[in-house]
Write a protein that binds this ligand. Structure first.
Ligand code: AR6
Length: 173
């Protein structure tokens, strides 16, 4: 069972074997975590993302899936890009959000990553309520994190996100 750690901070400043990016299906960058990852990681990441679009993901990376590239100048070996669902009040998309965590961990394990840093996927521009996003994140990671992954670190940008993850961790213990 992997250890789950919560930290407050900027995910692009983390040292980890794999850093997860809250991307969109174009894989070509955006705002929030995605913007910061490409800005700080440098152009090598985008070059690999473009190659992935040209080869495996002509129609884009589907929501809930994950794919790895180099981490460029980030202090990590890999960036794992995953596409969270946009929150909806008319449809339950929880399974797609859980899939982001599950698939990212599967890719991380394939890469031999021991430490994996996640942002709170979908809880920014994609509008997912932080308490529910935290609950799904913690429950899924508890269920799916397995060897060789020994540490899953959630990197929370603000106090509200940190508090939501802390509560989810306590509730699920
Ligand atoms: N480090 C850690 N957490 C961060 C950082 C950071 N540098 N920046 C923001 N957050 P978001 P999404 C928090 O919007 O909701 C992009 O345009 C933020 O406060 O990055 O999945 C993509 O291209 C929030 O709690 O991702 C997509 O189009 C969480 O990280 C879209 O946004 C996720 O916020 C994806 O939206």
């Amino acid at each position: 069972m992997a250890q789950i750690i919560l930290v407050r901070g900027d995910i692009t400043e983390q040292h980890a074997d794999a850093i997860v990016n809250a991307a969109n299906s174009s894989l070509l960058g955006g705002g929030g975590v995605d913007g910061a990852v490409h800005r700080r990681g440098g152009p090598e990441i985008l070059t690999e993302c473009r190659a992935l679009r040209a080869s495996r993901y002509g129609k884009g990376l589907p929501t809930g899936q994950a794919v790895a590239t180099t981490a460029g100048r980030l202090d990590a070996a890999h960036v794992i890009h995953t596409v969270g669902p946009v929150h909806s009040t008319s449809e339950d998309r929880s399974e797609l959000l859980a899939s982001c965590y599950r698939e990212s961990l599967r890719v991380a394990a394939e890469l031999g990553a021991r430490t994996v840093a996640f942002p709170a996927i979908s809880t920014g521009i994609y509008g997912w309520p932080i308490d529910d996003g935290a609950r799904i994140a913690i429950a899924t990671v508890r269920e799916c994190a397995a060897e060789p992954v020994t540490e899953v670190r959630f990197v929370l940008f603000d106090e509200a996100a940190y508090a939501a993850f802390e509560a989810a961790l306590e509730t699920s213990a």
